[in-house]
Design a protein around this ligand. Structure first.
Ligand code: NAI
Ligand code: MG
Length: 336
């Protein structure tokens, strides 16, 4: 039976990397019916809205989406479409596996992290106001409900994936109430799993230093929203950059799979965007749908292309001189 998956091409390099992903999934023989849906700046031109209601309704209805990045203008009056989408669909957990890949040489070996980010509150609540001329306030929201929920998610994830340890990065020494509440709730959840997992906490500035000194000492990282955003890009830099880190946003009734990177306007429409992060997000999606054999075959295919290391196949961000298309073609040829 075919699954229906919502496909949101998005902005910038989004259409390039999502169509590459669709090609690879189809070449692997997976029977998926794609529901093409608008969102982002591109949608504004055609539908008069950056997040049309029918896009939200379709994701809610089908339960699964593959999404390209959406551009959010800096400053000005726009709320982020991504933040709105995650909140409206209650996609409370972002899951971002970060690992060394064959053939991509970086400063570190044995990096194998999973970042779990709280996706619905913190400073991302977007509650800002001007107190008086020249003075603004920005509210960091923490609730016991969301903090316990992400803690539970992280420990369940770690146990089910046979991970050994969860580390929380926080700033509860300064943000005593908000990060303090987050920590207390997470500790309560950990208490239920203490026989099955190791757990520790680091103040985030020290955590950053440790992460760039020896990332291999970390396993699952659990962070509130803004820290998770920043550490995700930092961690991507440890293994080859934003072109190689996938992600999933998981909620209670639906899941949206998307690369960690943004719309990369600097390279949009040049045909050189690395499609791998999106393809890997597609692999996470196939696993979520129970299509584990196809997921394994695609993973084997890109591992082969990367290990082979032919620069004619690979995109420039990982040392190649190829294109989005040459990389995608090579992965399709390498499918076992
Ligand atoms: P970005 O992630 O788009 O780009 C950062 C740098 O990484 C750029 O030099 C870009 O060329 C490079 N890069 C990113 N993805 C790449 C890929 N697949 N292949 C090769 N190189 C790649 O971050 P930036 O420039 O800060 O943000 C651009 C826009 O994207 C902003 O409007 C931002 O709000 C939005 N954004 C959207 C996200 C989403 O929809 N999930 C996530 C992050 C940012
Ligand atoms: Mg980000």
């Amino acid at each position: 039976m075919s699954d229906i998956v919502c496909l949101i091409p998005g902005d910038g390099i989004g259409p390039e990397v999502t169509s590459a992903t669709r090609r690879v999934i189809e070449a692997a023989g997976v029977d998926i019916e794609w529901a093409l849906l608008p969102a982002g700046t591109t949608a504004l031109e055609f539908c008069g809205s950056v997040l049309p209601e029918r896009t939200l309704a379709a994701i809610q209805g089908h339960g699964v989406a593959l999404k390209g990045p959406l551009t959010t203008p800096i400053g000005g009056g726009h709320v982020s479409v991504n933040v709105t989408l995650r909140k409206r669909l209650n996609l409370f957990a972002a899951v971002r596996p970060v690992r060394n890949l064959p053939g991509i040489r970086t400063r570190f070996e044995n990096v194998d992290l999973v970042i779990i980010r709280e996706n619905t509150e913190g400073l991302y609540s977007g509650i800002e106001h001007e107190i008086t001329d020249g003075v603004v306030g920005s509210l960091k929201v923490a609730t016991a409900k969301a903090s316990s929920r992400i803690g539970r998610f992280a420990f369940d994830y770690a146990v089910s994936r046979r991970r050994g340890k969860v580390t929380v990065f926080h700033k509860a020494n300064i943000l005593k109430m908000s990060d303090g509440l987050f920590l207390r709730c997470v500790r309560q959840e950990y208490a239920k799993d203490r026989d099955r997992l190791a757990y520790d906490e680091l103040i985030i500035d020290n955590g950053c230093m440790q992460l760039v000194t020896d990332p291999s000492r970390f396993d699952v990282l659990l962070l509130e929203n803004l820290y998770g955003d920043i550490i995700s890009d930092l961690a991507a830099g440890l293994v080859g950059g934003l072109g190689v880190v996938p992600g999933a946003n998981i909620g209670t009734s639906c899941a949206v799979f998307e690369p960690v990177h943004g719309s990369a306007p600097d390279i949009a429409r040049k045909g050189i965007a690395n499609p791998l992060a999106c393809i890997m997000s597609g692999v996470m999606m196939l696993n979520h749908l129970g299509r584990t054999q196809a997921a394994d075959r695609i993973r084997q295919a890109y591992d082969t292309v990367l290990a082979d290391g032919d620069p004619a196949n690979l995109t420039p961000d990982i040392g190649g001189r190829g294109t989005t298309e040459s990389f995608t073609d090579a992965i399709i040829r390498a499918l076992p």
